[in-house]
Design a binder for this molecule. Structure first.
Ligand code: UDP
Length: 459
């Protein structure tokens, strides 16, 4: 029997759905290896502790006002969180490490802190407590290495990209095309805060004890090899976290609509296109309507997640013309939030129109569901290029949110022989990635190394 309490790990997720999911999945993996888990989290987007009774949750104040929590400007939110959370985090850590003398308890031996690369103050805090810090990279690793390139690319004057060069590859950052750059790097007004934040991320990562990567050699070999030139610490690509052999549990901030599953049960195998743009992306009303009409015109069955507030100026889907849902004759279902892992694993799901967040991309690969790529920001452009041009397991919409383009992409994927070839390729990729977390696979070996490394201090 493992002495769980002697091997404690502290985790500190960024309060975004796409960062909370991997961190809690990592927590389950480490728990299954005998570590006790303490999660420090902000009040904003606090994870539901009742869904994870095996972990200890400690909340810290984050200082965000109500309007700041509603902001669509994620860079601003992350900057504010980093400014506001340092002292509360330090105090919380101090109490964990050095319980007060009157409690009679001895100073605790904590194995390490694991926190998201987007926290830029935690390295100095953990150093002050002599606590090893491991950084979690929840992006595709090639994009994380790309953090180094963004300011350089900006300095070298790639932007604005002339139309004649839009399709050219960015030699420093393949498989990106030059037209992706301006959308990743934002407007010139955003350039200073973005470049400065990226710089801080890299500088706060370099002195860490190691980097835990939610990817594997099968998906990221080139950049993992390249990383030796940049980082001197060990890197642990332990694969997609959610396919490790640990009990499933939800870390959704919104309540998943479980009616999706009995609804899918009624449909034929691989007949439904699932549509979700993740937890942050939002649409203007006309783009929302183009997607709606595009889906309807395919005459294919669709399951569409529209988060409340994700259509600008609207509460939910009230801009759909009256009679729209009825006109679908049961071929469409719209929900506020879906149990996405179950939806993708369902035999009726045949394709995924996605924004290509890294979690969604990995979840789709692991279920062998081919994709239609509609990236909105940031790493999503890199993921979409890998999907459409390197692994060739999806179709890129190239930002065209137009009903005919959407209809055409869905038909190509769901009906035409091109879709069959894409489906065959993603099954091969799925099998390779799933093999990586099985005993002896690259990601499984990496996890063993990580556990050994963390355990040294607890021994
Ligand atoms: N997700 C979900 N239900 C939904 C939509 C998304 O459970 O209806 C989950 C999805 O499985 C993924 C996460 O939310 O784990 C979204 O993360 P991702 O990196 O794909 O995108 P982000 O939300 O960060 O843009």
């Amino acid at each position: 029997m493992e002495k769980r309490n002697e091997r404690q790990v502290i985790l500190f997720p960024l309060p975004l759905q796409g960062c909370i999911n991997p961190m809690l999945q990592l927590a389950k993996i480490l728990y299954s290896r005998g570590f006790s888990i303490t999660i420090i989290h902000t009040r904003f987007n606090a994870p539901k502790s009742s869904d994870h009774p095996i972990f200890t949750f400690l909340q810290i104040p984050d200082g965000l006002s109500e309007s700041q929590t509603q902001s669509r400007d994620v860079l601003l939110q992350l900057t504010l969180l980093n400014n506001n959370c340092e002292s509360p985090f330090r105090e919380c850590l101090a109490k964990l490490i050095k319980p007060s003398s009157d409690s009679g308890t001895e100073e605790r031996k904590i194995s390490c802190l694991i926190d998201d690369s987007g926290w830029v103050f935690t390295q100095s805090v953990s150093e002050s407590f002599n606590l090893p810090r491991f950084v979690l990279c929840a992006y595709k690793f090639s994009f994380f290495l790309g953090h180094l390139l963004v300011p350089q690319i900006r300095r070298e004057g790639f932007l604005p990209v002339p139309d004649s060069e839009a399709e050219d590859l960015v030699h420093e950052f393949p498989p990106l095309r030059k037209k992706d750059l301006s959308r990743i790097m934002g407007t010139s007004a955003q350039s200073e805060p973005l470049d400065s934040y990226l710089h801080k991320i890299i500088e706060a990562t370099k002195p860490a004890s190691g980097l835990i990567v939610m990817s594997c050699e099968e998906l990221d070999l080139d950049s993992l090899t390249e990383s030796n030139k940049v980082f001197s610490f060990p890197i642990f690509p332990i694969g997609p976290f959610h396919i490790h052999d640990v009990p499933a549990s939800s870390s959704s901030l919104l309540e998943p609509d479980q009616s999706c599953i009995p609804w899918l049960d009624k449909h034929e195998t691989r007949s439904v296109i699932y549509v979700s743009l993740g937890s942050i992306a939002s649409l203007n009303e006309s783009d929302f309507l183009e997607i709606a009409y595009g889906l309807r015109n395919t005459n294919q069955t669709f399951l569409w997640v529209v988060r409340p507030g994700s259509v600008h100026g609207r509460d939910w889907i009230e801009s759909l013309p009256s009679g729209f849902m009825e006109s679908l004759e049961g071929k469409g279902k719209i929900v506020k939030w879906a149990p996405q892992l179950d939806v993708l694993a369902h035999r009726a799901t045949g394709g995924f129109l996605t924004h290509n967040g890294w979690n969604s991309t990995l979840e789709s690969i692991c279920e062998g569901v081919p994709m239609i790529c509609l990236p909105f920001v940031w790493d999503q452009f890199v993921n979409a290029r890998y999907i459409s041009e390197v692994w060739r397991v999806g179709i890129h919409l190239e930002g065209r949110i137009e009903r005919r383009e959407i209809e055409r992409a869905v038909i190509r994927l769901m009906v035409e022989s091109e879709g069959e070839k894409i489906r065959d390729r993603i099954k091969v990729l799925r099998d390779e990635v799933r093999r990586s977390v099985k005993q002896g696979g690259s990601a499984s070996r990496s996890l063993d190394e990580l556990v050994d490394r963390i355990s040294i201090r607890a021994a």
